[in-house]
Design a protein around this ligand. Structure first.
Ligand SMILES: Cc1cc2nc3c(=O)[nH]c(=O)nc-3n(C[C@H](O)[C@H](O)[C@H](O)COP(=O)(O)OP(=O)(O)OC[C@H]3O[C@@H](n4cnc5c(N)ncnc54)[C@H](O)[C@@H]3O)c2cc1C
Length: 486
């Protein structure tokens, strides 16, 4: 489904119909018809920044830190009360900082560094990470799973934002764009402190839904090509007994060892494959449950996933409401199944759920370049790349050639038709199989660093995103520790 700005605006007006509090209708408001309410104009206070990053999730945190470290006065707008995004709510194991080396007998190398690695270093110091745990068995067996304590991740990234001097606006919704032709002048934000306008020179959309790009009139599609999926954290469990259960049933599909509760070489990821346990297998399938688990604590499993394929795109609020209920039922059922069938989980309980539905894709934003599947599989590089990446979520079916890397070019982050907007994270890449690589957490983080750095450089030089010299961007990224192959 392709939409443009006018169609989106109609939807936005439509979303307001029937909502709101009747007693708060301001003077001057008019009911244009029985079905449409004309909101009166308001005078909004303006705050001025160099860079505004929309969304403090997986990519947005890195984008904001990167921009601020370049000296830009940076604001990050996050609707929830904490940063971290889907990395803390859906995934819980970051994939992957490394190339896929074993299958090709090539040297192992860490291909994503920079701010993403700094987050891991800080998490390690507070016992919030498994380290880069090598997968010794599994469908993507030569990858590395970096399992995180989701709550410490929120704290550590919040602290990094503060230390970098980012103006962090949590519990704040980005609700509109103020346009000056094809240039974004500012964004409209809503919070309990009121409705405000944040002006800036450069903008980065890391909202996963592409809200800012859509408000700005960028072209987008809504492919609805994935199941939505929440992961539930279970307390009072034993991953060692779960592993023994999988071993007894000849069903170990994934395995990785790393730091757990302060001890090295412990199981931090175990997953089932071809598990055939009467009662359990069919019931798990019925609720879309994937029996892959990760942990960094002895008595906690962070990652039991429940998938559900929606009929329509997850931008549809009413369908999402139904899905939220169904996913909550499924997560409760998943914990019940573990209690009933898996030794060591008899007293399991739901310890963590996402505050809202997790998605793998909402809107796909049209950018100056669209990373293709051959780009990924053939390990193509570009003369304007902001990072390299070597992981594919569908390995071994799809892998980057010869255990190498491909480049994510800067032009793939520049939102088409808008002068001063970049996009990073799950928003980019239209091809599903290529997206199965670029949407992974570590790739989103690397894109965030590229986009945030570029936004700051553009703001400092009063440039549109297309006028920035790549040599300046590359130099800044290298200085900040970003890894490149050549
Ligand atoms: C269940 C599940 C399991 C996954 N498992 C893995 C895995 O094991 N390994 C892996 O590498 N990847 C995994 N992924 C994929 C990966 O987690 C995501 O693709 C990635 O985290 C997306 O990052 P992002 O920055 O694009 O978006 P997000 O991290 O979702 O960040 C978007 C942020 O924007 C905020 N936001 C949105 N709209 C607004 C608005 N209008 N105003 C203000 N704030 C807003 C959101 O609250 C959020 O914090 C998984 C995904 C899911 C759903």
């Amino acid at each position: 489904m392709e939409m443009n700005r006018r169609e989106f605006s109609k939807l936005v007006v439509g979303m307001g119909v029937g909502g709101g509090l009747a007693e708060n209708v301001p003077a001057g408001a008019a009911e244009v018809s029985g079905e449409v309410y004309q909101e009166p104009a308001k005078r909004l206070p303006i705050r001025k920044f160099d860079v505004v990053v929309a969304g403090a999730g997986t990519g947005g945190v890195v984008a904001a830190v990167a921009a601020a470290r370049q000296g830009a006065k940076t604001a990050v707008i996050e609707v929830k009360g904490y940063p971290g995004g889907t990395a803390t709510e859906g995934g819980t194991a970051l994939h992957s900082f490394y190339n896929l080396w074993k299958a090709f007998g090539v040297p192992k190398r860490q291909v994503v560094k920079g701010i993403a690695q700094e987050i891991i270093d800080r998490l390690m110091k507070v016992g919030g990470c498994s380290g880069h745990a090598e997968m010794t068995e599994g469908y993507n067996y030569d990858s590395v799973a970096t399992c995180i304590d989701t709550e410490l991740y929120k704290l550590v990234t919040f602290e990094m934002l503060a230390e970098a001097g980012v103006h962090v606006f949590v519990n704040t919704l980005l609700a509109g764009a103020i346009m000056d032709g094809s240039r974004i002048r500012g964004v409209i934000v809503e919070s309990r402190s009121g409705r405000e306008a944040f002006y800036a020179k450069s903008f980065v959309d890391c909202t996963a839904y592409g809200d800012l790009a859509a408000y700005a009139g960028a072209k987008y599609t809504e492919p609805n090509d994935y199941a939505v999926c929440n992961s539930v954290g279970m307390g009072n469990v034993s991953i060692d007994k779960y592993y023994a259960f999988l071993t007894a049933n000849k069903a170990v599909g994934q395995l990785a060892r790393g730091m757990r509760s302060g001890q090295p070489d412990q199981i931090v990821r175990a997953g089932a494959e071809r598990l055939n346990v009467p009662g359990l297998t069919d019931a798990a399938r019925a609720i879309g449950m994937s029996m892959i688990t990760t942990t960094v604590h002895d008595n906690y499993l962070m990652f039991i996933k429940c998938n559900l394929k929606m009929r329509v795109s997850p931008t549809n609020r009413d369908e999402v409401a139904k899905t939220e209920l169904e996913i909550r039922r499924r997560m409760a059922k998943a914990v019940e199944l573990f209690r009933r069938y898996v030794p060591g989980c008899e007293k399991a309980f739901m310890a963590r759920t996402s505050p809202k539905l997790c998605i793998r894709r909402g809107r796909r934003i049209e950018c100056d370049y669209d990373v293709t599947l051959p780009d990924v599989l053939e390990g193509r590089h570009f003369d304007d790349e902001v990072m390299v990446y070597g992981f594919h979520d569908s390995a071994p079916r799809l892998q980057v050639k010869d255990g190498g890397t491909y480049g994510v070019p800067y032009k793939a982050l520049r939102v088409a038709g808008i002068e001063n907007l970049l996009a990073a994270g799950m928003l980019i890449t239209s091809n599903h199989d290529a997206h199965m690589s670029t949407r992974n957490t570590v790739c989103c983080m690397g894109q965030g660093q590229g986009a945030g750095t570029a936004a700051a450089l553009c703001a400092a030089r009063n440039l549109g995103t297309r006028d920035l010299k790549y040599s300046a961007l590359r130099e800044a990224l290298e200085e900040a520790g970003v890894y490149f192959e050549s």
